[in-house]
Every structure is written in structure tokens, then in C-alpha cells.
Ligand binder design. Structure first.
Ligand code: HEG
Length: 148
């Protein structure tokens, strides 16, 4: 089980409080689909995702970003039990959505990139990056736990 230090906890909670989660979620999912285009295969029900402009302007992509950020907020509030928090979501991504769990790391990367851009150079210090990436990687691991 991942242990977070007090400094990491307060960095994660503080960063989360500074973000406009809807905006970060939408941008991060758009980046996932543009930077790693093979991830588009899971989102065929989202309509037009045929170009970066179409992806950035697609309301279903934006809505999905909001849903994902809502799920991440649960993790921020349950840092002591990420595995339990994401057990049902892990089962769903494995058994129903058939999402390759490698993709959780790709999305984590897009989320931390998006957070870095939003916070900017002076706020996204290496310590903040360390805490955020540790959190996102622990979530990715928790989401992979029900795969077999
Ligand atoms: Mg997933 C649905 C969270 C990564 C593909 N994702 C969902 C839902 C949540 C969620 C909360 C809605 C579940 C429900 O309807 O009950 N996803 C979530 C998190 C992360 C993640 C927290 C990682 C941080 N998802 C992820 C990745 C892919 C993916 C990497 C594919 C590359 N998710 C996916 C699809 C759906 C969801 C295709 C169904 C979307 C829909 O039909 O609206």
C-alpha cells in the first residue's frame, strides 16, 4: 500500500483546491486522445474525434474529463484507501470497458502535464510534481488491481 507523507498529502490537497477540475479533466482527456491516438478506440461512442480540433471541441470528451476528475477527487479524499476506493471502477474498466491498464499511466501523464501548465513554473515545483505523480501512479495501480 502506498504511504503518503504529510508534505505529500498537503501538496495533493492544496493543488486539487487550486484546479478547475472540469477544465483540467477535459484538457487531459483531449491530450490522451491526441498524444496517444490508439486510445481513441475506446471512445467510438463519442462522435467526431477525427482531428485535434474535433477532439478539443467535442462535448463528450469534456464531459468525460469531468467524470474522471470527479473520480480522482474521491481518491484525494481517501488517500489511505485508494485500492478500496477504486475497486469497483477497476472491475468496470477491466470487465465491461476492456481498457488496457497501461492506459491509466498514459492518462496520469496527461493529467500531470495539464496540471503543470495550469500551475506554471513557480507553483509546480519538483516537490509538487513528486506528490502529484505519486498520487496519480497510486490511482493507476489501484485501477489495475481487479484485472486478471
Ligand atoms: Mg475511465 C468511464 C474514471 C482512465 C476509458 N472512467 C469511466 C467512469 C469513471 C472513470 C468514473 C464512469 C464510470 C461509470 O459510468 O460508472 N477512468 C477513470 C479514472 C481513470 C480512467 C479515474 C484514470 C485516472 N478510462 C481511463 C482510460 C481509458 C478509460 C485511460 C481509456 C483509454 N472510462 C473509459 C471509457 C468509459 C469510462 C471508455 C465509458 C465512457 C462512456 O461511455 O461515457
Amino acid at each position: 500500500m502506498v504511504e503518503f507523507t504529510d508534505a505529500e498529502r498537503s501538496a495533493i490537497v492544496s493543488v486539487w483546491g487550486q484546479l478547475h477540475a472540469d477544465e483540467v479533466g477535459a484538457h487531459a482527456i483531449a491530450r490522451l486522445l491526441i498524444v496517444y491516438p490508439w486510445t481513441q478506440r475506446y471512445f467510438s461512442a463519442f462522435g467526431n474525434i477525427s482531428s485535434p480540433a474535433a477532439i478539443m471541441g467535442n462535448p463528450k470528451v469534456a464531459a468525460h474529463g469531468k467524470v474522471v476528475m470527479g473520480a480522482l477527487e474521491k481518491g484525494v479524499k481517501n488517500l489511505n484507501n485508494l485500492k478500496g476506493t477504486y475497486a469497483a471502477l477497476s472491475t468496470m474498466h477491466s470487465e465491461k470497458l476492456h481498457v488496457d491498464p497501461d492506459n491509466f499511466r498514459l492518462l496520469a501523464h496527461c493529467i500531470s502535464t495539464t496540471i503543470a501548465m495550469k500551475l506554471g513554473h513557480s507553483a509546480f515545483t519538483p516537490e509538487v510534481q513528486e506528490a502529484i505523480e505519486k498520487f496519480l501512479s497510486a490511482v493507476a495501480s489501484a485501477l489495475g488491481k481487479q484485472y486478471h
